[in-house]
Design a protein around this ligand. Structure first.
Ligand SMILES: Nc1ncnc2c1ncn2[C@@H]1O[C@H](COP(=O)(O)OP(=O)(O)O)[C@@H](O)[C@H]1O
Ligand SMILES: [Mg+2]
Length: 312
């Protein structure tokens, strides 16, 4: 039994809107699974059902081998859920916040004192232990929230878009904290609409759109499904219309597209190198200021599957 969480055909309707329309996925031990999709895709609704916080219309949730039911306290306890909105008492210190939630989980005082130190260490807030949460920056509050989600030593940590609305530096601190948790072997279910975060943290990614899981795999395998050919971007100091003709005459070029002073070409063969192209464009080579291989990313996967951009 390698799965910490299995979700089978989850469905949820709000009025006439089918927010989640048959989503299935599983999270293995030691894995970071990312649900990647635009706002409104159904990520929060999906994980709320997975954590037993929202009733599902249909489908099945299995936590550490056992079905998650209304009454399953142990299965719910196996999950540490960190909501997108902060669930902290601003007037209390971060350690008192963690203590409060730890008591709700029934952890005794002696054990709790140890746990508080260890979770604060994990999220990099040890030096702010006694400080009130309302003196924290947005990013520190998010990390405090994660610490609360970890206090009962869950098997799976569920993070709902933990970096939305924080500045880039705080965002990096959050991502580093999550990365450390993953490296430590904790299973994580991570939702985001930022493809860079899914790429950086998750070894398995489920792409969600309109309540459906439309693709799943590692970044590498997802990108492979859409790859049409090697792409190369060539930048000129000034692009002249006549250059286009030169590129169009190269035999192993599938597609040429010009954008301002740049030209993007798609090659028919993976083995062709940038140097091979230069053989054909010698006369204009002095006007080339840069040439690089364009790596396709998850944004291109999403675009190719849905015809839409991931970002709003
Ligand atoms: N409590 C609710 N009542 C009515 N509609 C909701 C509720 N929660 C979410 N929705 C709708 O369900 C869809 C999915 O929402 P959500 O799961 O929050 O998406 P995401 O987390 O991917 O942004 C959206 O259209 C949203 O407006
Ligand atoms: Mg959401």
């Amino acid at each position: 039994m390698n799965e910490v969480l299995i979700c089978k055909d989850l469905k949820k309707k709000f009025g006439s809107r089918q927010a989640v329309d048959g989503i299935s996925f599983s999270v293995d031990k030691g894995q970071c699974y990312g649900l990647l999709g635009p706002n409104g895709a159904g990520k929060t609704t999906t994980i709320s059902m997975a954590c037993g916080l929202m009733e599902r219309d249909s489908g099945e949730v299995i936590v550490d081998g056992k079905p998650l039911l209304h009454t399953s306290t142990n299965e719910k306890m196996a999950i540490g859920y960190v909501p997108q909105d902060l669930a902290l008492y601003p007037e209390l210190s971060v350690s008192d916040n963690i203590r409060f939630f730890g008591r709700l989980y029934g952890i005794n005082s002696k054990e709790l004192t140890k746990r508080i130190d260890s979770v604060l260490e994990l999220v990099g807030l040890s030096d702010r232990k006694g400080d009130r949460v309302n003196t924290f920056s947005g990013g520190m509050k998010r990390r405090a929230n994660i610490a609360v989600g970890l206090v009962h030593s869950p098997l799976l940590l569920v993070l709902d878009e933990p970096t939305v609305g924080v500045d880039p530096q705080s965002r990096n601190a959050i991502l580093e904290a999550v990365q450390n948790l993953i490296s430590g072997g904790l299973a994580v279910l991570y939702t985001t609409h930022y493809m860079e975060e899914a790429e950086r943290l998750c070894n398995q990614i489920g792409i969600v759109d309109s309540g459906k899981l439309i693709a799943e795999g590692s970044k590498h395998s997802l990108v492979k499904t859409i790859e049409t050919g090697k792409r190369i971007n060539i930048k000129f100091d000034e692009f002249k219309a006549s250059y286009l003709q030169i590129f169009n005459q190269i035999p192993f070029i599938q597609h040429v597209e010009q954008k301002a002073n740049e030209i993007e070409i798609v090659l028919t063969d993976e083995n062709i190198q940038i140097a091979d192209i230069f053989q054909f464009v010698k006369e204009i080579a002095p006007f080339i200021i840069a040439a690089e291989i364009v790596e396709p990313d998850l944004e291109s996967v999403f675009l190719s599957l849905t015809g839409k951009e991931l970002r709003d």
